[in-house]
Every structure is written in C-alpha cells, then in structure tokens.
Design a binder for this molecule. Sequence first.
Ligand code: ADP
Length: 544
Amino acid sequence: MVRSVRISLATKCQLLFGAAVILILSAALGVVWHRMQLLVDEGQQEIARQLASAWVDDKIQLGAFLQPVERIEPPTELGEGMTLSLIDKEDFDLAVVHDPTLDSVIEIFQMRPERQDDFRRKRDLHGQAYYRYVRAIRKSDMAHIQGGVAAGFKPTLEAPGFADPLEKILLIQLHAQLPARQLMLNRVYLIAGGLLACLLAIGTFWFITTKLILSPLRVLRETAEQVGRGDLNIRAEVTTGDEFQQLADVFNDMLTTLKKNTDQLQGINKSLDLKLGELAETNVALYEANKIKGEFLANVSHELRTPLNSIVGFAEVLEETLIDRTGPVDEKRKRYIANIILSSRRLLDLINDLLDLAKIEAGRIEINPSPMSVADTLEGLLNLLRPQASKRDIELVLRVTPNIPIVQTDASKYQQIVFNLLANAIKFTPERGRVTLAAAVMNHPNSPADEPMLRVSIQDTGPGIPPEDQQRVFDKFTQLDPSVTKTHGGTGLGLTISKELADLLQGQIEIESEPGHGATFILWTPMAINTDTGNAPLMPSHRP
Ligand code: ADP
C-alpha cells in the first residue's frame, strides 16, 4: 500500500530554502576558497621567483656561478624549510630519479627556450604540502653571467631549443608552513562565516515564512476547519493588507452567502417537515375514510342486495303468471315486468361488483387454496356462458394442452376472474365471431426459469383495445365504448375486480391487442399459491 507522506507547507518552505541557502553559500564560499588557495600559491611563486633572481644576481656579482651550490640556508625572515639546489645538466638524470616530475619540466625547458621557470604545489612523502620552483639557466644566461653578451653570444631564433641550450636548473623547494597555517586559519574563518551566514539566512527566512506567509494561512485553515465542523458564524481575521487579506475577505464573503443559503434551506426544511406532518395526517385520515367507505359499501350493498333479490324474484313470478295471457294490457304489463327484471338484474350486478370491490379494498377477502383441475374448470365456465354466446352465434373454442397438473389455488376466485374475462370477450365480440379459451404451463419472462406458471388466455375477435388504453381499462368504472354498455350492460368494475383477484392469487393479467384485430387477455398464476408470503403477488403488477 502506498502511503503518502504529508509535509506541511512550513516544513517544505524551510527545507527548500535551507537547501537553497546552503547551496548558494557553498558555491560562493567555494569560489573564495579556491581564490584564497590561488593567492597563496601566487605569493609563494613570487617569493620563489624573487629568491631565484636574487640568488642568480648574487652569483653574478660574486662571479662564482660556476661553482655549484648544493644547498643554501634560507634568509631567516622567510622562515625554515626552504632549500635551494643548482643542478648541472650532467646531474639531470640523478635529479629525475629523486623527483620523476622534473623530467617533463626539463624537457619543456629544452624544447622551449622562452620558458624561464616552472612552479607547482606538491606533497612530500609525509603528505605535507610544499612548493617547487624550477628556474632554467641557459647558455645565454651563462654567457651573460660570464660576460658572454660582450663576447657576442646570441641565441638563434630559428632553432631556439638547440641554439640556447639548457645548462643548469635552479631548484627551490618551499615548505611554506606559515602560509599553510594562514590558509588554514582563513579557511576556518571562511567556514565559520559561511555557517553564520547560513544560520542568519535560515533564521530570517524562518521568521518571514512563519510570520508573513504561514500565520495568515494558518488562520485561514483554522477557519475552514471550524466551518467544516458546522460553525458558519466564524470569520477569518487576517489584517496583513496584502493578497492574504484579500483571500480572507473573499472567504468571509463566501461564508456569509453560505450562511444565508443554509438559513434559507433550514427554513424550507422546517416548512417541508410541517407539510410532511400534515401530509401524514391527511394520509391517515384518507386511509380511515377509505376503510369507512369500504365498510359502508359492504354493509349498504348487503342491505341493498336482499330487497333487490326479492324484486327480481317476485317480478319473475309475475312474468310467469302472464305467460299465457294475451291482450294489449297484458302485453304492456309483460314489457314493464321485463324492464323491471332487466334493470334489477343490472342493479344487482352493480351491487355485487361493488360489494366484491369493497371487500377486496377493505382487506376482507380470504384466499383458500385447494386442488383445481384446469381443464374441468375452464370447460365448466365455457358451458355456463355457451347460451349467451350462441344467442349471437359466437363460436366458443377450448384449447387445453394435455397433462396440465392439478393446481393449488382459490378455485372460486380463479373462476370469477376467468368468467369476467370470458363474459367480456363474448360481450365485445360481434355476431358470428369466435372466442378461444386456451391453457398451458410455461415460463413467464419475468418469473424464475425453474418456476413454470399456469397461462390461461381468452382471445376474441372483437374491436380490440388500443395500446394507450390497455392500462386504463383496469381502473374503476372505465368503459372505452359506452354504447356497448347500453346494449349489453356492464359496470366498468369487472376488470378492476379481476385484477385485484389476480393479485390475491399471486398472478397477473396481461393484454395483447391491436385495435380491429381482437383482444387477448392472459391470466398468469402460479401452479401453487405460496401461503408463506401471505397474499403478496409473486409477479410485478402491470399497473403503474
Ligand atoms: P364492463 O362492465 O364495462 O365490461 P370491465 O371492467 O369488464 O367493465 O371492462 C372495462 C372496459 O374495458 C370495457 O368497458 C371495455 O371498454 C374494455 N374491454 C374489456 N374487455 C374487452 C374486450 N374483450 N374487448 C374490447 N374491450 C374490452
């Protein structure tokens, strides 16, 4: 797992600036350091050069140049550790054995007569630094020294190396301890100065970052944290008079707007809460009213059915007594009685439907599953409706796939649904049409594959139902074509009740229809009602 290391802005600034200060000071002091070494080197070179010139002049005056001096005691004011040797060209090889780097110096002197001397810093066997100065003494110098110039000696420019050959070298070694000590002291001062400058620079920057940059930032951060904890009354107090103050002002303005909006939202929330409470109360009241309405309907329908049944019964008796009687008065009576019977029956149908619906809505309907033979039930229903169909010459067809197992359902509710759908199909099919009742066991697209369902379809050759009305027909009192109702009757409650019953049987009703090509109502129900889930539908309801 990658963990991100969090470094505060203050630490970041201080680290970066510290590194930058150290780098810049190191570079600046490095130059001084180097320059100091060069100055000491140049001073030592000058000393050696002057010493060599003095020595050579001295020899000229003494006229004893040709007597080689192996070692000369240094002048006391120059300190100890200074040696001077004059090496004749005969001894060059010997000198090279002692100091191999002399070889290249001698070679350069021999090749280039304009080169007078060579100076370099070296280290002895003990690691001590010393300076070696080598002065070339050529034939012209010798001639000059010995009065050679007067004798007419002149170096040839065409072949200078050979024209003015190297005769001797003067070797001066300076074990310059005093300058080395001074150099060391200077370096110590330099380092101390550098460290002090570093500390001062870092301290200054620390002060600047902490006081000028980070403290307003800290105020802003703390304010933002307080806001994050929900305190919208806090404000950032920054009075630096610079961009930080501008930032704080903008931040404070933002907080003011936020506070205003939050207050508004809280107000709206409060009124919403109130409305919600009112709505809940209205809902309870509605529920109560609905329940009372259901109970009232159930009671009233019951009270209405009894007298209506007597009216129908007595009207039928009256009708029978008039069967054999003819004459204009009796014909009139027969017509009136037929009207009473028809109207009473329609009223009774309406009341029955209302009673059923009221019971369902009041939750007073109980489901009693029992074994049911699909083929027998459907055939019985067809037989019941056959007289009605044959009156209008409508063909009734039954198609049941063989071996449909016995299903566990509430048979009377199931029959009521199919009866309603069949009655509708016959009612809306024109004369000489056909109604097909079919049954099969198959999977519904929305149900689990291992749970096949009973599919019963009622297909007619009537006007059909346009797609936009296929949901609406299940609403209470919905009738698409009221003219049909006039001739054939109907309450607009049949499909509503059928749908509610199908829900209770844990099934559903679907419609397949194209206007002008008949309609097919399909009733899907489980092979056995699941009593564990109560009466909850197993399938999604088709009603929005
Ligand atoms: P109704 O008592 O009017 O038949 P329903 O609830 O049974 O009441 O039907 C509601 C409406 O649905 C009907 O009035 C009719 O317009 C339409 N409908 C029902 N079944 C069919 C069908 N088989 N063909 C065409 N329309 C139908």
